[in-house]
Structure formats: structure tokens, C-alpha cells
Design a protein around this ligand. Structure first.
Ligand SMILES: CSCCC(=O)C(=O)COP(=O)(O)O
Ligand SMILES: [Mg+2]
Length: 432
């Protein structure tokens, strides 16, 4: 079955929608556990005392009180009661604070808890106490994915939609919301329930098997797969080790840069000859209908990082190719050898990558006289969406989730496979 593919290269080729978990996927678990959670715990009392009359705070407290009653009815172990509205403000606040601390100690992912946490974190982001952590590969990967016509990025996290927007809007890598089409939280359903993923696909307006969901939690990946989505696991430094067998059941990524690096290496593209940007009469680059989108310098940097091992392999092949070439030159006078190699970077490699065939093309050309080195550039055909436009779409998605009556969005356009090929054409020519 298509949704059981375990090769990330094959999966990526099939998907238009990238659906991302946050904690352990885009963001370190340590940031959530050691920064966000302690911040909420430390500030909750003071926050409730100063914001008690605010509508969004009243809403969160009402939801927490309702949840506490449900927990009590279910005899949930350790449940902390929240006094009713007839109790004094101090008693109610004390009850809410204790209830919140109890839920957080159990790392519960309950919606009302996440709602209140989001409100407290907003103050922290607004006053500069907090900046959202995202791994270095996240911004380039989001930018690259959504730069391809028809491809979109969505977030699905237990953290409230508000908390998600704060994290990505005020991240260490800047405002990343312009790359994100929409957000889902547990209002759509629990992350370990298959139905949640069906609802997300319906809300986005695409087929389940057009979505690739990335998460650090196997049960979430299994739920997504049960709904027909593609799923892969993300293993970051600091994550809990994946259970035995997880790697056999799912592709495992160590960096989102692997998406870009694999996406551009589709079989069809590997068969294509290299393309040179064409120019008009004034020397400006002309867009060609069949020219693949170029990625930004930052994306290229991330791809290079994840391809260093691959490039090292290529260098070995190239070096031996050069030896063969020299031999050929010795054998045949007036022979020119053209070798096309991928650009090489000196940056350190810290992430494993999937095996990819190195590109080594040799061509024999007769009677050519000059030597040259050139860079081949493939021009972009896609401009960035505006923040306003993106935000409008997010709100639409969030609203659909709130209403709990998902409507179909316009179907996304057919996939255009992205190409990121920066190549050095090295032409060595000798005349004998
Ligand atoms: C949105 S930031 C807060 C993260 C959070 O509260 C949380 O529970 C993370 O869960 P995730 O589903 O992203 O693993
Ligand atoms: Mg997670």
C-alpha cells in the first residue's frame, strides 16, 4: 500500500501537504519541557490574578472546571477539584493553579490546559521572555516545501493554535508563519486517533495519501497511517529513543533538510539533462515553463549540509573518473572530457542522509579548444505568498476547526516537482 512506503524519497514524491508535529519534530523537547512548561507553571497564579476578568481567561477557566468535573466522574487518579463560581476569586484561583500544576506534572495534553498555557506564554513572547525554538533545518525546509506550486505546510500539535502561532511567529529563526498554511490542535481530535487525521485531510481539502505527517511519536505516526496518510518519524538529539522496530515500520528523519534533498532527486529529474537559465535580449533570466523552481541560499545551505556525505562519495567517484579520463586522453589525441559535478561545500555534516546516486556524466567531444568553468543556475518561477494572505488562510482553517464542521478548501494544484540543482560544469580540454 502506498501509505506504507518506508523510503522517504518515495513518500516525498507523492505528497503535496507537509503536516508537522512540533515538540520533538520542529522544536526541541527541552524547549517545551525546560522553558515553556516551567514558565507557565511559574506565572499561572500571577497571570490569573491580573487577567481574571478577561474573556479568553474566563473561557479557559470554565473549560478547566468542566474537565475537572469529568475527571472526577471518571475517578482519574490525583484529580484536583476547582471550586465553582460561587466561591471566592482567591479560592477559585488556588483551585485552578493546583489543577494546572497537577495536569502539567502528568504531561497531560488536554485542550483546556493547553488553552490556558497559550495565554500565559503570549505574555512571555510579548515581553521578550520567550523566543520559539526551531531546529536550524526547519525554516529552510518550510520555505522550500511551500515554494513549490500546490505544496503546503500545516502544523498539528497538542499545543493550542495560539501557542503554535506564537512559537512560529516569534521563533529564533524569525517569523515563519508566512510559510505555514494552517494550524490544527486537539480541537480536531487527539493525536493518537486516526479520525483526527481524516478530519484534517477533509479540512485541508485533499486526499489522505497526499499528506506526509512527521512526528517523533510512533503512536501518532500509526494513527496517521491508519487514516491513509503517509507518516515518517523524526529522531532529534534529545528525543526519547524510538522503540525497537519503529525504524523498520517507518522512515526515520534526523533533519527536515532530508525532505528538500530527496524531493529534488526524483527519478524523472535525475534523467533530465542539466538546464541553463535562458536570457532575454537584455541578459535577464527568462522564466521557462519547464524550469524547476530554485531554492533560496538558506535552503541551499541546509541541503548542502545534508548532502555532504553524498558529495564526499561523489568526490571519490569524480577522482577515479578523472583518472580514467586522463587515461582516455593519453589514448586518444584531440579528446575533450566534460565532467559535471554538484557544488561542494566545506560545511560540517551532522546529519545522516538517504543514499543517492552520485551524478557523474562524461562526454567525449572532438576538436574543442578552450577550457572553462561555469555555474549553472535554474531560475525560480514561484514568488513567496504574502503574510496577509497566508494569515487569512490560517484563520479560515482555524475557524473551520473551531466550528467542528470542516468545509472543503479548494483542491490544491497538481504537484510540480521541485528542482534544486546548483552544479559546476567543469570542462577540461586539452589539445594534443
Ligand atoms: C505549541 S508549543 C507547546 C507545545 C505543547 O504544549 C505540546 O504539548 C507539544 O506537543 P506536540 O503535539 O507538538 O508534540
Ligand atoms: Mg511531538
Amino acid at each position: 500500500m502506498a501509505n506504507e512506503l518506508k523510503d522517504i524519497n518515495d513518500i516525498v514524491k507523492k505528497c503535496k501537504i507537509l503536516l508537522l508535529d512540533i515538540e520533538g519534530t520542529t522544536t526541541s523537547i527541552s524547549f517545551v519541557k525546560d522553558k515553556l512548561f516551567p514558565y507557565a507553571e511559574e506565572k499561572v497564579k500571577q497571570f490569573l490574578e491580573s487577567q481574571w476578568e478577561q474573556d479568553d481567561v474566563k473561557e479557559a477557566v470554565t473549560a478547566l472546571r468542566k474537565l475537572a468535573l469529568e475527571d472526577k466522574e471518571k475517578s482519574v487518579d490525583g484529580v484536583v477539584n476547582i471550586p465553582g463560581e460561587d466561591a471566592s476569586k482567591e479560592d477559585q484561583i488556588e483551585g485552578v493553579v493546583n489543577n494546572v500544576k497537577w495536569q502539567m506534572s502528568a504531561d497531560r495534553k488536554a485542550g483546556p490546559l493547553k488553552q490556558l498555557q497559550g495565554l500565559i506564554w503570549k505574555q512571555g513572547y510579548d515581553n521578550g521572555d520567550i523566543k520559539g525554538h526551531v531546529y536550524d533545518d526547519v525554516s529552510p525546509a518550510l520555505e522550500q516545501w511551500q515554494s513549490v506550486e500546490g505544496q503546503k505546510v500545516y502544523i498539528y500539535s497538542s499545543g493550542s493554535v495560539q501557542a503554535q502561532k506564537l512559537l512560529f511567529g516569534q521563533s529564533e529563526a524569525g517569523d515563519l508563519l508566512r510559510f505555514i498554511e494552517g494550524h490544527f490542535d486537539t480541537a480536531v481530535g487527539a493525536k493518537q486517533e486516526a479520525d483526527s487525521y481524516s478530519a484534517i485531510a477533509e479540512s485541508i481539502g485533499c486526499k489522505p495519501d497526499e499528506i506526509l505527517f512527521l512526528t517523533d511519536v510512533v503512536k501518532e505516526a500509526e494513527a496517521a497511517r491508519a487514516a491513509g496518510l503517509h507518516a515518517a518519524l523524526v529522531s532529534r538529539e534529545g528525543n526519547a529513543p524510538l522503540p525497537a522496530g519503529a525504524g523498520a515500520a517507518f522512515a526515520v528523519l534526523h533533519s527536515l533538510a532530508q525532505l528538500a534533498s530527496n524531493k529534488r532527486k526524483t527519478e524523472a529529474q535525475d534523467e533530465l539533462p542539466a538546464k541553463i537559465a535562458k536570457t532575454d535580449n537584455e541578459g535577464n533570466a527568462k522564466s521557462e515553463p519547464d524550469v524547476e523552481p530554485v531554492i533560496s541560499a538558506s535552503v541551499e545551505k541546509e541541503i548542502k549540509k545534508s548532502e555532504k556525505m553524498e558529495v564526499e562519495e561523489e568526490e571519490k567517484v569524480i577522482s577515479s573518473a578523472k583518472e580514467v579520463k586522463e587515461q582516455k586522453e593519453a589514448e586518444a589525441a584531440c579528446v575533450v572530457t566534460e565532467t559535471i559535478v554538484e557544488e561542494v561545500t566545506d560545511e560540517p555534516m551532522d546529519i545522516p542522509v538517504a543514499d543517492v546516486e552520485p551524478i557523474v556524466i562524461e562526454e567525449i567531444v572532438e576538436n574543442t579548444e578552450k577550457k572553462k568553468t561555469d555555474e549553472m543556475v535554474i531560475d525560480s518561477t514561484k514568488s513567496e505568498p504574502s503574510t496577509t494572505e497566508s494569515k487569512g488562510k490560517e484563520d479560515m482553517v482555524d475557524e473551520r476547526i473551531k466550528e467542528n464542521s470542516p468545509k472543503k478548501a479548494a483542491p490544491v494544484a497538481e504537484e510540480t516537482p521541485p528542482t534544486v540543482i546548483t552544479e559546476i560544469e567543469e570542462v577540461t580540454m586539452k589539445k594534443f
